[in-house]
Design a protein around this ligand. Structure first.
Ligand code: TXE
Length: 481
């Protein structure tokens, strides 16, 4: 049985305590590797290594840091096959998705910030005849990056790339549920010539290792993606220590479909925005609001397509619907289907576990699920389910659609389908979300601010926003008269 190792001070090493935890393959429900059950002693070693590496790494000319990171991005690209197969096996997602989205985006994340940092400039402010002010942007020092299991390498690199590019050193913790590609990345970091201690990856449980990172006095900023409840727990610990905090949390995103939409384009994209990655993307449109004149046409076409979706072996290149990430998560998602029935919903498609044959018999499979007839403000429509479950809601007026879209505690993303662009801009302006897609979904320009409001998070990632988060601005004022 393979034993994954921590990556600390440029070396792969076992946890100080010598204990390991099982790593389960969602496609079969079987243990296939062991990961370090690290604790605060490993976080201490990682933090010391990062502190030692910081003076040299932060003093490197930005072009040199850029060159090393671009080499790492290239190695991810060259190792697409191995990384995609590993991601699919660890998360349960179709290997086709890992090959076309997760791994290419992990490489782009690193390449994007490796090049972006070379153009990252600051400001100067001239006081006529009196003084000139210039702003310096220093790297913070040692920062913590904690990432979730739904898009493992994609979100892990999305955090470490801007941190490293701006000259920080990182203590990072991938989710214990999907640690494998971060482990493979450790080896690529050594091959790319990343200096020892610049990036340290400590594997293990959130309340143990994640908490130790959050609470370590020498780790000056925390960038976190995960559940809203965990984000609140991290903020409660980090805020009194005056750490900079970036929190990317949950969502309950509306997908608003007006009668004048391009129906076929909307329908095919809505299949993706509803069920991609088994619905385990914080940006999925889990509440579908349909203007009443086309409600039945949409419902019948959408349900028919959903029933035709084949749940299969994630390793099969033709599979578009793989396994959910864990037994406990599958049970959580199925429990929401039961709740929906109690709240008056009617299940139009799916709603049950799927049992595959042979080796896959113990896997965590679920049929994509469509529910209608729920009251707008019920728990099913207010709480994040994070699985292949969507609810349908007919609306009569634009005002009603906007009010319902904004009615949840979340505010991450929203999708809008209409050919009336005046209405599109008017509605987008009123939606309480950090991201609005009009006649598209998950179309991403990495330069744009990424994140949500309300209980979907604090701060933004992406582009210069991310590089500003990982740097401390200092204004220097020079008298010239
Ligand atoms: O998140 P967690 P999980 C939502 C989704 C999901 C829920 C929980 O609703 O059902 O969050 O998912 C580490 N101190 N999203 O289990 O628990 C943990 O080890 C410090 C939305 O992934 O928040 C992991 O590395 N760290 C999200 C990371 O936090 C702690 C994507 C995320 O784990 C910790 C994923 C603690 N006390 C889930 N407890 C999105 N916005 O994309 C755990 N961790």
């Amino acid at each position: 049985m393979e034993q994954l190792l921590n990556y600390i001070n440029g070396k792969l090493q076992a946890p100080v305590g010598g204990t390991f935890i099982d790593n389960i393959e969602p496609a079969t429900g079987k243990v296939y590797a062991h990961i370090p059950d690290s604790d605060e002693r490993d976080v201490q070693l990682a933090t010391e290594a990062a502190q030692k590496a910081f003076p040299h790494w932060s003093a490197l000319p930005v072009g040199e840091r850029s060159r090393i990171l671009r080499r790492l991005a290239g190695l991810i690209e060259q190792n697409l096959d191995e990384l995609a197969a590993a991601e699919s096996r660890d998360n349960g997602k179709p290997v086709s998705l890992a090959r076309t989205v997760d791994i290419p985006r992990a490489s782009s994340n690193i390449d994007f910030f490796a090049t972006g940092v070379v153009h990252f400039s600051s400001d100067a402010h001239y006081m006529e005849g009196t003084a000139v002010n210039y702003t310096l942007r220093h790297p913070i020092g040692v920062v913590g990056c904690i990432s979730p299991w739904n898009l493992p390498l994609y979100l892990f690199t999305w955090k470490i790339a801007p941190a490293l590019a701006t000259g920080n050193c990182v203590v990072a913790k991938p989710s214990e549920v999907t640690p494998y590609t971060a482990y493979l990345l450790s080896k690529l970091c050594m091959e790319a010539g990343l200096p020892a201690g610049v990036l340290n990856i400590v594997h293990g449980l959130g309340p143990k290792v994640g908490a130790a990172i959050t609470e370590h006095p020498e780790i000056k900023a925390i960038s976190f993606t995960g559940g809203t409840a965990t984000g609140a727990a991290i903020a409660a610990k980090a805020a009194p220590m005056f750490k900079k905090l970036s929190l990317e949390l949950g969502g309950k995103n509306p997908n608003i479909i007006f009668a004048d939409c391009d129906f076929e384009a909307m329908l095919s994209t809505t299949m993706r925005s509803s069920f991609a990655n088994q619905g385990q993307i914080c940006l999925c449109g889990s509440r579908i609001l349909i203007e009443r004149p086309i409600y039945e046409k949409f419902r019948d076409a959408f349900v028919e397509k959903t029933k035709r979706m084949k749940v299969g072996n994630p390793a099969d290149p033709d599979t578009r619907m793989g396994a959910l990430v864990s037994e406990s998560h599958l049970e959580k998602v199925l429990s929401y289907v039961e709740l929906a029935k109690e709240e008056g919903g009617t299940v139009l498609a799916g709603g049950h576990r799927v049992h595959l044959e042979g080796e896959l018999a113990g896997g965590y499979y679920m049929a994509p699920t469509v529910i209608e007839g729920l009251p707008q403000h019920c728990r099913t429509n207010m709480e994040e389910i994070f699985g292949p479950v969507v609810t349908l809601l007919p609306f009569d007026t634009e005002e009603e659609a906007v009010a319902w879209a904004n009615a949840t505690p979340y505010g991450l993303s929203a999708t809008l389908w209409t050919q009336d662009l005046t209405r599109a801009h008017r509605v987008a302006h009123q939606l309480e979300s950090g991201i609005v897609w009009i006649n598209c979904w998950l179309l991403r320009d990495l330069r744009t601010p990424f994140g949500g409001m309300k209980q979907s998070g604090v701060g933004r990632e992406g582009g210069f926003e991310a590089m500003r988060f990982f740097t401390e601005p200092k204004n220097v004022c020079v008298k010239i008269s």
